[in-house]
Design a protein around this ligand. Structure first.
Ligand code: PCA
Length: 166
């Protein structure tokens, strides 16, 4: 089993979370919400309004997301789904686990789909602490397969760091 940190459309309440729930893709078990130890630019880019964590630590914000324990099948599915290593690269990232009630060290590492293959101008884009496809930014995610604006997130699930209904 491996740990994956998701910060974008794979989070609960976001357009691609359904992929994490489909047993045909493998197994994914939610572990905890977490925040990156380092700041990173989380930007929304391309004509499809896709979220990208730019592999440029030290700029941007500490990014919120969710840690899942996944099996090998799900990891392979996610690599393909995220067009890894072309569009995203799966790297390791340091995280501060937020909900886990345990003493001592709450820092752990997990895989993340970030990118070094981004357009330099993307570094000038607004950065987000917590991605929401239906956020105030108005940049709704457009599904690559159907090219239609997703209707799945009605905003019923809070996705910010302070969300309580996970
Ligand atoms: N899916 C992955 C990377 C960006 C995206 O939309 C995720 O949610 O972490």
């Amino acid at each position: 089993m491996q740990h994956v940190f998701v910060y974008g459309t794979l989070k609960k309440g976001q357009p691609n979370h359904v992929e994490m729930l489909d047993p045909a893709n493998g197994r994914a078990e939610f572990l905890a919400r977490a925040r990156t130890v380092e700041p990173y630019p989380l930007v929304i880019a391309t004509d499809e309004n896709v979220p990208f964590l730019l592999d440029a630590p030290g700029t941007g914000r500490r990014v919120c997301g969710e840690i899942y324990r996944v099996d090998q099948k799900m990891l392979e599915f996610l690599d393909e789904f995220e067009d890894c290593p072309k569009t995203y690269q799966r790297t390791e990232i340091r995280l501060e686990v937020r909900d886990r009630d345990r003493e001592g060290d709450n820092i752990q590492e997990a895989f993340v789909y970030s990118t070094i293959t981004y357009e330099p101008e993307w570094l000038q884009k607004p950065t987000y602490e917590s991605y929401d496809a239906n956020g105030d930014h108005g940049l709704k995610y457009i599904d690559r397969d159907t090219s239609s604006v997703t209707q799945q997130n009605t905003g019923a699930v809070k996705t910010g760091c302070d969300a309580t209904n996970h």
